[in-house]
Design a protein around this ligand. Structure first.
Ligand code: AMP
Length: 216
């Protein structure tokens, strides 16, 4: 089954998609993580997108759509996938429908206040990309990833200026997709305001029902 994880920066898309990937055995495809991996390794893709990502802007549709299209063509994506951070523009949503339409869009609903609170304490693992939060999801050992022992760092685009730009981009370019998906009948709203465990316990049930419905 094919799921898009949708919501504002800080809504919990990455955290929930990672848990869902483990629970349901589907590949977690995060465009942000693909870009960050390329930046870490200094590949041509990484060098190309670094400035725009660090300023909080969006990578071009052409590049991002091409990348996702290639990724979804890989064998592990044949049984389904969890897309996190894509689509972010109407052009991306329409492209996805044209080459590999989603079954459901998990819309993680959170208030602006919650988004700011989450982004301001976010820490990411350099090794595996898992995210933590200094208050809401602290690692067992400070600045060390529970999963892989990697070093935790603050994303450059979590700085105050970049966060402002990202929220503005979300409001203008991404939030209109909600109406688009509602019209397509694939939007599944989920309250994303609680703790990671609270949101996951609701989301898990929602996804189990959707997957069972497919098999029935
Ligand atoms: P994320 O980890 O999803 O917050 O993504 C981090 C950054 O990567 C975003 O702020 C954008 O600069 C870039 N990015 C990720 N996904 C996309 C996308 N679908 N379209 C354009 N830029 C993206």
């Amino acid at each position: 089954m094919k799921f898009v994880f949708f919501g504002a920066p800080g809504a919990g898309k990455g955290t929930m998609a990672a848990r869902a990937a483990e629970a349901f055995g589907l590949p977690h495809i995060s465009t942000g993580e693909i870009f960050r991996g390329a930046m870490r390794e200094g590949t041509p893709l990484g060098l190309r997108v670094k400035a725009v990502i660090e300023s909080g802007g969006l990578v071009s549709d052409e590049l991002t759509i091409g990348l996702v299209r290639e990724r979804l063509a890989k064998p592990d994506a044949a049984k389904g996938w969890l897309l996190d951070g894509f689509p972010r523009t109407m052009a991306q949503a329409e492209a996805l429908v044209s080459f590999c339409p989603e079954d459901h869009v998990i819309d993680l609903e959170v208030s602006d206040a919650k988004v700011l609170e989450r982004l301001s304490g976010r820490r990411m693992c350099r090794g595996c990309g898992r995210s933590f939060h200094t208050v809401f999801m602290p690692p067992k050992k400070p600045d060390v990833c529970d999963d892989c022992g990697g070093e935790l760092y603050i994303r450059n685009d979590d700085s105050v200026d970049s966060v402002r730009t990202r929220l503005e981009n979300y409001r203008v370019q991404t939030s209109p997709l909600e109406a688009y998906y509602r019209k397509r009948g694939t939007l599944v709203p989920v309250d994303g305001e609680g703790s990671a465990d609270e949101v996951w316990s609701v989301l898990r049930g929602v996804m189990e029902r959707l997957i069972a419905g497919e098999k029935a």
